[in-house]
Design a protein around this ligand. Sequence first.
Ligand code: RIB
Length: 300
Amino acid sequence: MRVLVFGSLNIDHVYKVDHFVRPGETMSSLDLKLFCGGKGLNQSIAFARSGMETYHAGAVGSRDSDMLTETLRKAGVCTEFIRKKEGPSGHAVIQTTAHGENSILLHGGANQCLEKEDVDFVLGHFSRGDTLVLQNEINQLSYIVEKGRAMGMKIVLNPSPADEKVLSLPLKDVDYLILNEVEGAVISKVPESDEEGILKELMSRFPHTRIVLTLGIRGCVYGYKDKVLRRPACRVKAVDTTAAGDTFTGFFMGSILGGNSVEEALETASAAAALAVSRDGAGASIPTWKEVQEFGSRQK
Ligand code: RIB
């Protein structure tokens, strides 16, 4: 069984700041580091580290992409379906504070230059039973979901970042919807503070979809049919929360596809996300399977 992550690749410019820059303010940062990121790239690394045979599809710029493809390759992800486009790769400007909070500004670049022919070419190499993993940082998303569904692929969607575009996706065709409360509020139209209400509404609107709502330090909750499972977050000192959700998605699904129960997958994903939060960077913060198991057993 193969996992195809069709998603973004970004060069993350991570600025350490005292506080997020305010409207009208000019402020010096305390530090700058470049990391490989993008929700797609991060999730590909997490899937590969959870033991899955992982393929990344997407687009990068023709002149600045080596670090992105090289990072994926080093993590064991197959990169043959990454297309090169004119212009720059996607990038993100990320501010992080000493409390581990972040704010992210995206420029889509090549991530937004996919054509239907690119999608047809990639999906032509996959088949029924393979898993298709998507986020909301590339174009052609509806086309990819519809085509993947028609082929009988299992569809996992992390609708992040959530915007109006997400509402036009064929969400009922998704097998796993993995999202945080902000994204849940956009889709369900239930206020962000009402986590119970968001889960209830999503479960009723998408009865064939397994919902996983991630809630940061409040843990996560899974809902499907009459089953609702909650899991507290593992406690760590937060250094940088970037890619915590991506790490959760990759390890949760990797664990499920590896044949584990939902309870075990939630436990593994929570441990993996906690480790990612305790480290700097996006792709660079994603732990190995062994690190996750060792950390998980210390939590018991
Ligand atoms: O989820 C974290 C990611 O969001 C970062 O790596 C950044 O590139 C943005 O896509």
